[in-house]
Design a protein around this ligand. Structure first.
Ligand SMILES: Nc1ncnc2c1ncn2[C@@H]1O[C@H](COP(=O)(O)OP(=O)(O)O)[C@@H](O)[C@H]1O
Ligand SMILES: [Mg+2]
Length: 361
């Protein structure tokens, strides 16, 4: 396990899942590996489990209930709000397998969703279930598992709509096969958990027939500063250790970063100053990646201690993605908000103000 970069959730958290399974007495929907209560514990923490998703626990409960019912679950939201992470955790806990996944994109084809063929066998023996190569939708129906469909709305409409009949009738027709093999009926436990980014044009273009087969849940950025800070600290420490950089990270330095991200994301500071919001996402995930880059910089080129200056060296890259206007907005933030805080509070904010020299002109 330690020699792969990122094991799937069911491997990474195998011990927690095994403990939950051995003590779980609550009622369980057919085909599920855990009860809804245990799934919630796995995601939101408690008992043997660490909290993994920070945010609205009621949203998590509703998501679990949706998956126990007849409709699919569509997690929508800005990029970097842990939609994919939540879908992975749910699939790991409910089906014991989070890897049965279609990664949606402009080039996603029907083969990659339903099934394709082993052409050597197909030519030699003709179509048979032996020659069929199952893709994630087929596997989900056959084994009674969740299908994860990432970035559903980035797929062409006809690919999205492949899901409609399967989600309502719970069967898939395989016209090439004969007799009993032509119809694949879903086993209990089958359902779909999909994600969609609000930044992609897509969500509104989804057909209304498909929309009706999903319950939508909107995932928002983490509400509490302290939760977001804890997460950024934990995740960046993990990533830094993984990349071999063992260094000291002062919580106060990360607080500068998280505070700046939150101010810019909202277009308003905690003191009430209005700001122009950058078009860049300023997500928690992006903050983690700035913390990691700054940490690596401090480790390899600095004194093995993360300083506000290192943050300054990596902030522009996170902000300057969608629009050339974003850099002036970041500068303005430094000149107005960071300056005011450095005068009022001094300390790390003063060092942070000095870090503006690293912002490109
Ligand atoms: N509410 C949250 N709870 C836990 N982690 C979060 C949260 N929001 C963002 N993250 C962090 O962001 C990372 C990326 O999230 P991801 O699932 O890829 O986002 P999305 O699919 O919404 O773009 C997560 O792995 C996690 O480190
Ligand atoms: Mg995602």
């Amino acid at each position: 396990m330690s020699d792969v970069l990122r094991p799937p959730a069911e491997v990474l958290h195998a011990q927690e899942l095994a403990e939950l399974r051995s003590t779980d007495q609550a009622p369980r929907p057919p085909g599920w590996q855990l009860s809804p209560r245990a799934v919630r514990t796995f995601v939101c923490g408690g008992g043997p489990c660490q909290r993994k998703f920070y945010g609205d626990d009621v949203l998590v409960e509703r998501a679990i209930i949706t998956l126990a019912g007849n409709r699919g679950l569509l997690l929508v939201g800005e990029p970097g709000t842990a939609k994919s992470m939540l879908s992975e955790l749910l699939a790991a806990a409910i089906s014991g397998d989070s890897t049965n996944t279609v990664q949606g994109g402009a080039g996603t084809s029907e083969d990659q969703v339903k099934y394709s063929w082993n052409y050597a066998l197909l030519l030699a023996e003709g179509p048979s279930s032996k020659a069929l190569v199952a893709a994630p939708l087929y596997v989900a129906l056959q084994r009674g598992r969740l299908l994860r469909f990432e970035e559903l709305t980035r797929c062409a409409p006809e690919i999205q709509d492949l899901l409609i009949s399967v989600m309502s009738d719970k069967v898939m027709l395989v016209p090439e096969l004969e007799g009993g093999e032509r119809l694949l009926s879903a086993r209990p436990g089958f359902n779909v958990v999909a994600t969609a980014n609000l930044r992609d044009r897509g969500v509104h273009e989804m057909s209304s027939a498909l929309k009706r087969r999903f319950n939508f849940e909107t995932v928002h950025p983490i509400a509490e500063l302290q939760d977001e800070l804890d997460l950024v600290r934990r995740e960046s420490a993990r990533l830094l250790t993984e990349s071999g950089a063992d260094l000291e990270v002062e919580e106060g330095v990360l607080e500068l970063l998280v505070t700046a991200f939150r101010d810019l994301r909202r277009g308003q500071t905690v003191e009430g100053t209005q700001l122009e919001r950058p078009q860049a996402v300023m997500s928690t995930a992006e903050a983690v990646s700035v913390a990691q880059a700054a940490g690596l910089d401090a480790f390899y080129f600095g004194q093995r201690q993360l300083t506000p200056e290192h943050l300054g060296r990596h902030l522009a890259g996170a902000v300057q993605k969608d629009s050339p206007e974003d850099l002036p907005r970041l500068r303005h933030y430094f000149e107005v908000v960071v300056r005011e805080r450095s005068q009022r509070r001094g300390g790390l904010w003063k060092q942070f103000l000095a870090a503006r020299k690293w912002l490109p002109l």
